[in-house]
Design a protein around this ligand. Structure first.
Ligand code: PMM
Length: 300
């Protein structure tokens, strides 16, 4: 059964991942990695990954975001950080999954920093490139330009280290917005059309917990730049750090679903075009609820 195509049909008129409707889109996280901070090792097996992708679409995901390299940054929140992988190994992990899901009609995004991986994933049917380095690889920008792919430019510094000097900001939102605008200019200079560029504040990457919280609270300033904004708060440590347990301890990644759902509702209410989530069921409820409340505002 072609679950992805069914979902698109249900939404009417083939509304794809990349056509922005009035609803906030849900991007389901599918990490085909051994070491991601919350789901590492669960979906290294291709069949398990494909089944997981289809299940996320059935639960309401508009896009499945497939990644083959953990992006866990270094710093006290995340420990030593993830091992870098070569383009060959990363491609081996993701391509069968991208191809199978795309063939089933699912809108697939490829979460990669590498032009070589992006090129192969787009050839295998992916429609979107999600780059946590904000377009650092010139080859990735060239591939997106040539293939007319949508491109998410996430804010990051270094490899996302959550420690000085990467976390030094005078005004975190102003600097994140300005640094993203520089990335937009670079992507446009490489030939990527402005209307295909998304922005992402990069919560947890080169940001302390307080800085990630401030970026979420001030999201409208990023939305005001005129690009669709993607927010990835799901299961991140800043959620636990800003809501320590009564005894002062931190919730584990698997225990952060309530905070993750609240972050979805906040992101929706502040104008996010999409949220990147692990638990699509919970995110669906949070997003649709936030939208329903917004729709009743002023209705008397
Ligand atoms: N976070 C992670 C990975 N990729 N991509 C974007 N655009 N935004 C994010 O916030 C983001 C990302 C890290 O989370 P994971 O290890 O659970 O995938």
């Amino acid at each position: 059964m072609d679950i992805g195509a069914d979902r698109l049909d249900q939404q009417g008129s083939q509304r794809g991942a990349t056509e922005r409707g009035s609803r906030c889109a849900l991007w389901g996280v599918l990490n085909v990695t051994p070491d991601s901070f919350s789901d590492g090792g669960r979906f290294l097996d291709h069949e398990a990954a494909i089944a997981r992708g289809r299940a996320m679409v059935a639960a309401g995901a508009d896009v499945v975001d497939v990644g083959g390299e953990s992006t866990r940054p270094r710093g006290k929140d995340y420990g030593a950080g993830a091992e870098a992988v070569g383009a060959g190994e990363e491609a081996d992990r993701v391509l069968p999954v991208v191809e199978a899901l795309s063939r089933a009609g699912v809108a697939v995004s490829i979460d990669t920093r590498k032009g070589a991986v992006a090129r192969q994933a787009l050839a295998a049917g992916a429609r979107i490139v999600n780059d946590v380095s904000g377009g650092a690889d010139q080859e990735l920008l060239a591939v997106c330009a040539k293939e007319a792919a949508e491109l998410v430019l996430m804010h990051n510094r270094g490899r996302g280290e959550v420690e000085a000097p990467f976390t030094e900001y005078q005004d975190v939102m102003k600097e994140v917005a300005a640094e993203l605008e520089e990335r937009v200019a670079r992507a446009e200079a490489a030939g990527v059309a402005r209307e295909r560029l998304w922005l992402d504040p990069g919560l947890g990457f080169a940001k302390t917990a307080a800085q990630s919280g401030a970026l979420l609270a001030r999201l409208p300033e990023l939305v005001a730049l005129g690009h669709p904004v993607l927010v990835g708060a799901s299961r991140k440590s800043f959620l636990a750090r800003l809501s320590r347990r009564p005894d002062g301890s931190l919730a584990s990644p698997q225990e952060r679903e309530a905070g993750s759902a609240v972050a979805v509702a906040v992101a929706v209410s502040k104008g996010a075009a999409a949220v990147r989530v692990h638990d699509v069921n919970a995110a669906w409820q949070a997003a649709r609820f936030a939208e329903a409340l917004a729709a009743t505002e002023g209705a008397g």
